[in-house]
Design a protein around this ligand. Structure first.
Ligand SMILES: [Zn+2]
Length: 190
């Protein structure tokens, strides 16, 4: 099991009211710590390593529009996660093809967003999955991922801009440096 390194995170390990303090920051919804190592009780000192993942909420009308357009199904694999605790009842994530961060300054607009399941969202962030901007073929570097005959599901009303698919292909998939710079970021709908 690995430890996800967050380069920019709130250190709230000791905060008693961490959710209160987090919610005062409008762009931060959740931070959690994951135990990444299991050590049997017989060992004198448990060796624990903490990993932190920062989740940033970008619950904009734009990302909601895209998710609803595809009925919360991943545009790559069609998966929708049933999540009765959420208002939407269904869960998927909004991926910005040209990242929003300072380095790339992509727009928070439907033309730059695709709806993805958490797996394919991570793979896009990590630069091991991309979409051919010309024919919408799914391109993957991941061994277990078969991409034969698989196309991105795309609806006209979406208004997805080819140039952002191209950007992701050139800078994230081919360049592969975005994931190294930013923590694993997920958009989700509350
Ligand atoms: Zn998927």
């Amino acid at each position: 099991m690995g430890v996800t390194k967050a380069h920019q995170h709130l250190n709230v390990t000791d905060a008693r009211h961490r959710f209160e303090s987090l919610w005062q920051r409008p762009d931060i919804a959740e931070e959690y710590q994951a135990e990444s190592l299991y050590i049997p009780d017989s060992l004198p000192e448990p060796d624990r390593r903490m990993g932190q993942v920062l989740r940033v909420v970008r619950d904009t009308k734009q990302s909601r529009f895209v998710k609803e357009l595809y009925e919360y199904r991943c545009q790559v694999c069609g998966m929708a996660i049933y999540a009765p605790k959420l208002k939407s009842v269904w869960y998927c994530e909004a991926h910005h093809l040209q990242p929003l961060g300072r380095r790339y300054s992509g727009p928070d607009h439907a033309s730059n967003i695709v709806a993805l399941c958490p797996n394919h969202h991570s793979m896009m962030d990590l630069g091991v999955l991309a979409i051919d901007p010309i024919n919408l073929t799914i391109l993957a570097r991941h061994n277990g991922e078969s991409t034969q005959d698989r196309l991105l599901t795309l609806r006209k009303e979406h208004g997805l801009n080819q140039k952002y698919l191209q950007f992701h292909l050139d800078k994230i998939f081919a360049g592969g440096d975005a994931a190294a710079e930013s923590p694993l970021v997920a958009d989700f709908l509350l």
